[in-house]
Design a protein around this ligand. Structure first.
Ligand code: SF4
Length: 226
C-alpha cells in the first residue's frame, strides 16, 4: 500500500485502536479478514495489461509508507479482525530489504497467513531471505510458459529467470503453497493453462496450478496491482 490512500487508511485504522465498534466490516457487514499491502508502485516488468511500454511517474519516496509504518498499520488491522496479509506491489521484490518487512510482520500475534504476490523476476536471489524471514505462502504471476508470448505480455525477455525463481523457492518447504497466478486472455488462456499445469518445478502437493487465475481485459488499461 502506497501514498495518500495508505496514509488515510492508516489514520482510519488508527482511530480504531480503541474501538467502540470492534471488528472491521465492509459495507455489507461482512467481516474483513484479508488485507493486501502494496509496498511499492514500481515494477521491473511492463505487462501490456498493466503499464505503458515507456514512462510512468512513480510516487515520490516520501509518499510511500516505511516498514515501521506498515508494521504499525498491520498491527492495528490485526486488532480489528484482519488475519491474513498479502504483500504486493507493483512488484514487491524491487523494494529494498523486503525480507526485513516479512520478518517484522511474521512475528505479529494474531497473523494467520503472510503471503506475497510477485512476478518472480528477483525470486531466485531473495527466496532464501524471504523463507527464513517467515514468509509462508507465495503467488507467482506467470501468464505463459512460451518465451515469445511471455515477452509479448511482459515486454521483458525474462521467462528463464522467473522459472529459476520458482525452482529456488521450491527448496524451502516452509513456503507452501506455491501458487501460479495467470491472467486469462481470450485466445491465449486455454493453451496456457494446460501447459502451466505441467510446470516441471511443481510437485503435486505444493503447486495449486492456476487456481488463482484472474480474468482481465485484454487491452491496456489503468495500472493494476500484480
Ligand atoms: S501486472 Fe504485475 S508484473 Fe506486470 S507490470 Fe503490472 S505489477 Fe508488474
Amino acid at each position: 500500500m502506497v501514498g495518500q490512500q495508505a496514509a488515510t487508511l492508516a489514520h482510519t485504522l488508527a482511530r480504531s485502536e480503541h474501538p467502540r465498534g470492534g471488528l472491521l466490516v465492509d459495507s455489507y457487514g461482512r467481516r474483513i479478514r484479508n488485507l493486501r499491502v502494496s509496498v511499492t508502485d514500481r515494477c521491473n516488468f511492463r505487462c501490456v495489461y498493466c503499464m505503458p511500454a515507456e514512462g510512468l511517474a512513480w510516487l515520490p519516496k516520501g509518499d510511500i509508507l516505511t516498514y515501521e509504518e506498515i508494521e504499525r498499520l498491520v498491527r492495528i488491522a490485526l486488532r480489528i479482525g484482519v488475519e491474513e496479509i498479502r504483500l504486493t506491489g507493483g512488484e514487491p521484490l524491487v523494494r529494498k530489504d523486503l525480507p526485513e518487512l516479512v520478518r517484522r510482520l511474521a512475528s505479529l500475534q494474531g497473523l494467520k497467513s503472510l503471503s506475497l504476490t510477485t512476478n518472480g523476476y528477483l525470486l531466485k536471489e531473495q527466496a532464501r531471505g524471504l523463507a527464513e524471514a517467515g514468509l509462508r505462502r507465495i503467488n507467482v504471476s506467470l501468464d505463459t510458459l512460451d518465451h515469445e508470448k511471455f515477452y509479448t505480455l511482459t515486454r521483458r525477455d525474462s521467462l528463464p529467470k522467473v522459472l529459476e525463481g520458482l525452482a529456488e523457492i521450491e527448496r524451502y518447504p516452509q513456503v507452501a503453497p506455491i501458487k501460479i497466478n495467470a491472467v486469462a486472455i481470450r485466445g491465449l488462456a486455454r493453451a496456457r493453462c494446460s501447459r502451466s499445469r505441467g510446470w516441471r518445478g511443481a510437485s503435486p502437493t505444493r503447486c495449486a496450478g492456476s487456481s488463482t487465475c484472474r480474468s482481465t481485459p485484454t487491452r491496456p488499461g489503468p495500472r493494476t496491482m500484480c
